[in-house]
Ligand binder design. Structure first.
Ligand code: AMP
Length: 637
């Protein structure tokens, strides 16, 4: 084992040699001509001219050595189902699914929207898309029809794959009716919809000619073989939409070769899973963690991946630890919120099972507070609990420990130092000058070129890629939109977003998107949405809405009724994930004299802090009104 500092330096000082070495972790049908083309900054193309395929590397490549090893283990505590697929069986399923998609007209470069619950067929569809060279775009099942329609219109898919329903906490969550609604809202609806009927919703409505039954089509393609489409390394593999400061979600576009190399490399050096071992990532395929570490990462590495549909506390809070014991999981990945939920349960649940196989538990997506980190570390004595910091955009960690190269002592509250390949810096939020002194606050930026695996552009909008991420400062630096400090050891501490993005239980939500949804309610004149600190979820969404008719402010019943209507509007338009924890109906909103909403002051007041500099406030009474509303009805914990 070498020194991480040397490893990191090599990745920064000789990136081409470094990444050429990492590129050996995957198969190439044609070798690349150049490791990096950075001739058009800030765009970077990795492994130019090389041809490869994600499905080949995740599935076919392993047939020679591990055909009979489990590749995918599925457990649903919602439907009480259990299924296992060896690499040979996964290969057969993926081929069959690729044949099904092909029969519906899907070809290389086409987009396929995947709006599915956590079932093996969702994994087959992603890998089948990769096999065909089609670009998948998974939309998280918690998003509602309007959100889905926006993503459909941006991606212009030829096919949408869905299921009748998902299940959450024992309740059926219908998917297909939302799809039907989204397709009436969308301007570019796909011609075909492939529907997996799980038998959860009896008599699901069918649109003849458009809707195709998954099982029926599957029977027609039993035993099919579909050759792998070899992709040039920078051809897109998928689009994953994420929220920003505008109301329009951005399609994070991922390449093929760079992503495969970054993931394979991260599996070896960061996650340290050995081929043949088991990885359990408790997330959702709708999020980037699901793409990278439920589907592609473990399979690229020849591991068994555990796909779990259910909650961490059903049937009881021992369920995850039971899975760890049963499958001898060695690497687990989840969010701090999930651990905080478990922390509220009886600690005895953790002792009920043998978790000694678990070497590492990785946590990411939101700040990992020191008490939670300490609690779970104590509860799992044979496991190292490690924090990772990254974003949908990067696809794999930016900051964190690299135990496969050199184990480091954990530092509570910090994900750690820069990951190899990333030139991480802190800069002054206004001047863009580099902040070099220890423990000084700055904006966390990455000096381009971004390493392999990171977004190559915003789907269909190169200008937006440049203007969103590289135009905050005089020199083009990738902006993470996070504040951070760095201590004398080079370890970073993340302090929170610089923009109006809210992070609820590790899920990123844009304030603007939620405000737009609420403004769609006919009785609302204007609204401010802020993220407010929450013990369990990190942050929760809170909305302050001004009714058009001031009469609706008078009586408590009217205010309550309006607040419920606003919550339902958000649930219906954007989905349950974005539903505010509280909506306050108020007379007006604090703004600057130039009319800019003072979201930060509202947030401060909601968090019981001082509202900050109010010299530019137009009407101080507005903030007092908010204070009074919060006092009259403190938000429920
Ligand atoms: P997403 O793209 O939805 O994964 O959200 C990325 C954002 O989540 C980052 O920009 C951070 O604000 C936050 N985040 C992710 N991981 C961490 C972490 N380990 N510590 C603190 N914040 C994090």
């Amino acid at each position: 084992m070498g020194s991480y500092l040397d490893f990191y330096r090599r990745s920064i000082e000789a990136p081409e040699a470094f990444w050429a070495e990492q590129a050996r972790l995957i198969d190439w049908e044609r070798p690349f001509d150049a490791v990096l083309d950075a001739s058009r900054p800030p765009f970077a193309r990795w492994f130019v001219g090389g041809r490869t395929n994600l499905c080949h590397n995740a599935v076919d490549r392993h047939l020679a050595t591990r055909a009979d090893q489990p590749a995918l283990v599925f457990e649903s505590t919602e439907t009480d189902q259990r299924r296992q697929y060896t690499y040979a069986q996964l290969h057969a399923e993926v081929n069959r699914t690729a044949a099904m998609l092909r029969s519906l007209g899907v070809k290389r470069g086409d987009r396929v929207i995947v709006y599915m619950p956590m079932v093996p067929e969702a994994v087959f569809v992603l890998l089948a898309c990769a096999r065909l060279g089609a670009i998948h775009s998974v939309v998280f099942g918690g998003f509602a029809a309007h959100s889905l329609a926006m993503r459909i219109d941006d991606a212009k898919p030829v096919l949408l794959v869905t299921a009748d329903a998902g299940m959450r906490a024992g309740r059926v969550v219908p998917y297909k009716p939302l799809v039907d609604e989204a397709l009436t809202l969308a301007k570019h609806p796909p011609a075909r919809v492939l529907v997996l009927d799980r038998g959860l919703v009896p008599n699901s409505p069918v649109t003849p000619e458009r809707d195709v039954d998954f099982a029926t089509l599957g029977r027609e393609h039993e035993g099919a073989r579909v050759p792998v489409e070899w992709m040039e390394s920078s051809e897109p593999s998928y689009i994953l939409y994420t929220s920003g400061t505008t109301g329009k979600p951005k399609g994070v576009q991922r390449d093929t070769g760079g992503y495969a190399v970054a993931l394979a490399s991260s599996m070896r050096h960061i996650y340290t899973g050995q081929p043949g071992e088991v990885m359990f990532t408790a997330s959702d395929i709708g999020w980037v963690v699901g793409h990278s570490y439920i589907v592609y990462g473990p399979l690229l590495n020849g591991m068994t991946t555990v796909l779990y549909e259910g909650l961490p506390i059903r049937p009881d809070a021992a369920v995850w630890w039971r899975l760890i014991e049963q499958y001898r999981v060695s690497v687990m990945f989840t969010s701090p919120t999930a651990i905080r939920i478990l922390k509220k349960q009886d600690a005895a649940f953790l002792k009920r099972h043998d978790t000694s196989s678990l070497r590492y538990l990785f946590l990411a997506g939101e700040p990992l507070d020191a008490p939670t980190h300490a609690w779970i570390s104590d509860a799992l004595p044979s496991t190292q609990v490690l924090d990772n910091y990254w974003q949908t955009e990067t696809g794999w960690p930016i900051l964190g420990p690299v135990p496969g190269v050199e184990p480091r002592k954990r530092k509570l509250g910090s994900p750690g130092a820069a990951i190899y390949g990333y030139r991480v810096k802190l800069v002054d939020g206004l001047s863009g000058e580099e902040v070099t002194a220890a423990n000084q606050k700055g904006v966390l930026v990455i000096q381009p070129p971004l390493p392999p695996g990171c977004l190559s552009t915003v789907w269909g909008d190169d200008a937006r890629f440049v203007s969103t991420y590289f135009s905050s400062f005089d020199t083009p630096l990738y902006n993470t939109f996070d504040w951070a400090t760095r201590d004398a050891d080079g370890d970073y501490f993340i302090l929170g977003r610089t923009d109006d993005v809210i992070n609820v239980a590790g899920h990123r939500l844009g304030t603007r998107e939620i405000e737009e949804a609420i403004s769609g309610h006919p009785a609302i004149a204007e609204v401010a949405v802020v993220g407010v600190k929450d013990e369990l979820k990190g942050q929760v969404v809170m909305a302050f809405a001004v009714p058009k008719d001031p009469a609706r402010l008078q009586r408590e019943e009217d205010r309550d009724a309006l607040s419920r209507e606003v919550m339902d509007t958000v649930g219906r338009t954007l989905g349950a994930v974005a539903r505010p924890a509280a909506v306050y109906v108020v007379a007006n909103l604090p703004k600057t004299r130039s009319g800019k909403l003072l979201r930060r002051s509202i947030q401060a007041v909601a968090e019981d802090r001082e509202p900050g500099d109010l010299t530019t406030i137009e009407d101080p009474g507005a903030l007092e009104g908010i204070q009074a509303a919060l006092k009259a009805r403190p938000p429920k914990a």
